[in-house]
Design a protein around this ligand. Structure first.
Ligand code: AMP
Length: 240
């Protein structure tokens, strides 16, 4: 295959010719809490059949299952602080060591610090892989607070809805079973935003300097953001 063709053109060919997924799409998705990165990740997964790896979800899972890791990370997450690098790095290391990532992945919520960026470099290098792109979704702090206060999760399907955002409101029949994340209160969100600016901005800047960053305006409705994301991915060329 000619690796200099636009990435999505190749994906189109692969989906047609190789329905079992030889798509080698490896993306990182960054963005403040409430930027819509979880929703965009779901859309990417639906459209391209790649794996969604969310560190936030894996950590919440560890807490729900009362594992040792869950006990260690819970106090940080409850306060809206980042979990110490070594815990998250080892979770990602385990996950990226599994064979199903060969079909491509979208890594949602990692890296979030410079140290995690360097750990990710080592992980990818160790496996002889390269990234196709790093997406960052930008939104204002007001939008973040408005969206996160309306965010609800369906515990049965894991699907994310929003009471305050067009296009992602939940259907009336499931309203009563929806749950709010503990770390979506306004106070915790302000702390999560502060962590984002202090610790994640430098990680975003590092990818920008490497020329790997795809910056997307996340203020529009999810479908419009996704259209823009697709359009931008069309000009990305696939790595090895
Ligand atoms: P998320 O679901 O991505 O918003 O993550 C929820 C919470 O999990 C964050 O506020 C952090 O406490 C923790 N977390 C998730 N990913 C990371 C990471 N890469 N580094 C440190 N903490 C993380």
């Amino acid at each position: 295959m000619d690796l200099h063709l636009p990435l999505l053109w190749q994906i189109g060919q692969l989906v047609v010719n190789e329905p079992r997924g030889l798509v080698l799409l490896r993306l990182i998705l960054m963005g403040a809490p409430g930027s819509g990165k979880g929703t965009q990740a779901e859309l990417l997964v639906e459209q391209f059949g790649i794996l969604h790896i969310s560190t936030g979800e894996m950590l919440r899972d560890a807490i729900d299952h009362r594992t040792d890791l869950g006990g260690l990370v819970e106090p940080y997450m409850a306060l809206g602080r980042l979990v110490p690098d070594h815990h998250v790095i080892s979770v990602v290391e385990d996950r990226l060591g599994q064979p199903d990532i060969e079909a491509g992945f979208i890594l949602d919520g990692f890296p979030r610090t410079l140290r995690q960026v360097y750990a990710m470099d080592e992980l990818m290098e160790g496996q002889g892989l390269t990234l196709d792109g790093v997406i960052v979704i930008d939104v204002s702090e007001e939008t973040v607070v408005e969206r996160t206060s309306g965010r609800r999760v369906d515990p049965e399907t894991g699907k994310i809805f929003n009471l305050n955002a067009e296009g992602v409101r939940p259907p009336a029949e499931i309203l009563s079973r929806l749950e709010q994340r503990d770390d979506d209160s306004e106070e915790v969100i302000r702390q999560r935003m502060a962590s984002y600016h202090n610790e994640t901005d430098p990680a975003v800047e590092e990818y920008a300097q490497r020329g790997q960053l795809i910056r997307i305006d996340g203020s529009a409705a999810p479908d419009a953001v996704f259209d823009e994301l697709r359009r931008r991915l069309e000009s990305v060329e696939q790595g090895s």
